[in-house]
Write a protein that binds this ligand. Sequence first.
Ligand code: ADP
Length: 474
Amino acid sequence: MKLSIRTSLTLWYCVVFCLSVCLMEAGTYVGLKAAMTSAIDKELAVRIRGFNDFLQEHLGRLPLPRVLADLRLHAALQPELSMLQDDLGHTLYCGTLVQALCSSPAPSGSQIAAGGKNLRLHSSTHTIHGVRYTLLVATDLQFRHDLLIWFRMLVGLTIPVALICAALGGYWLSGRAFAPVREIIAGVRSINDRSLSLRLRVPSTGDEMQLLSETLNGMLARVEASFRQITELTANASHELRTPITIIRTASEVALLNSKPTLESHRQALLQICAEAENNSHLLDNLLLLARSDAGVQPLNLCAISLQESVGKSTHACQYLAEAKNIRLTLREPTEDLCVWADASYLHRLWLLLIDNAIKYTPAGGVVTLSLQKNIKAHPVCEISDTGIGIPEAELPHIFHRFYRAENAKTQSEVGSGLGLTIVKWITDAHRAQVVLKSEVGKGTIFRIVFPGTDERPANVVNSSTPNRVAVPD
Ligand code: ADP
């Protein structure tokens, strides 16, 4: 059977409360009994002293029968509960309530049942006018017995009543304690994908409930941000994919509706369709790469790679692009060989994206320079700088976001999807490299890629025995 936390708490509270009360009552009972026994023993000791004083005073002056007759009348000494024996063990006096002890006296401090009563005894030997006597006094334990019975009855009655009160109080208290939790549950239940901007009420109690509400609100904010990002991504992706498809459809329709089609007009239409299809496939490739990297299923084949060789091949591949735009593309290489642990194809893609952007956003007659070097920590660094349009400072924090394009880039004739730098960031992160960006509007942009030191060898290296020998794709 599953119990709610509230019921479990109440039950635990009752068990602990019951055990504590029982222990306390048992302790009180034992203490009370011991205190009463001690008080009785003190009273018996006082009576024995009084008995001894009486005998000391009278035995020297009066004959023994007279003294015993006087003793019988001495109410303060409780003669009915007293006994006197000489040193030979003959009983000289025996009170009416201790008759049973005259034949067989019990030791001092013992408790016996005599004449239908429970008695506690105290005896001691005294020398009175040269003769040794044994004095014995007893007390009736009935009062103590009645008191203890009354106490037990009281305990027997109060424990169940206290337990019922504790159970009810505990249930009410736990109900109160869980009220904020129920409020949080109701609040969380009321939030769905259309009301992700709602937040839970945060009680300013400074306790765990406040912390829980704040934590849940923080989580809601993160979920809302991710949800918004996914929605924006879907909208942007749909928009980006729709444009080439619209162009393809229009080009096909125009070609089909052409009343006087020629081979050349068909060729032009097909060329346009081909170019847009390529754009679309490029965009889909990028989206697929990002989706896979988000899902963490994009593996890297890390090998030791020569940075000169990798950057050199990518620069060479972009030469015709630069020439077509009348831009000077140069590579400055260091004398020593720079080696990095990297995935050759992703590294190639990284350089292509950065060089392509540099050419795209640099006006004709500009310069794009790639330089390789080691920084002061001896980490390999590749710098791609251009003399292009630059990026406004306010837009720098957003430049790596998906589909983000700076305002000044949108006014250019160049096409772009805003996914290139997101992929750049993913590739550098995957290689534990850093991207440092410096830009000034109208002057140019510098992307600095700082790789980890070659001695920081990653765990997932597939070919560590052949540094600098891995083929870099063209
Ligand atoms: P796009 O396809 O638009 O080039 P990217 O993700 O590659 O997308 O770049 C995002 C934005 O960053 C660009 O739209 C542009 O505004 C800015 N940008 C990137 N590289 C440069 C550069 N070298 N010079 C100026 N702006 C750049």
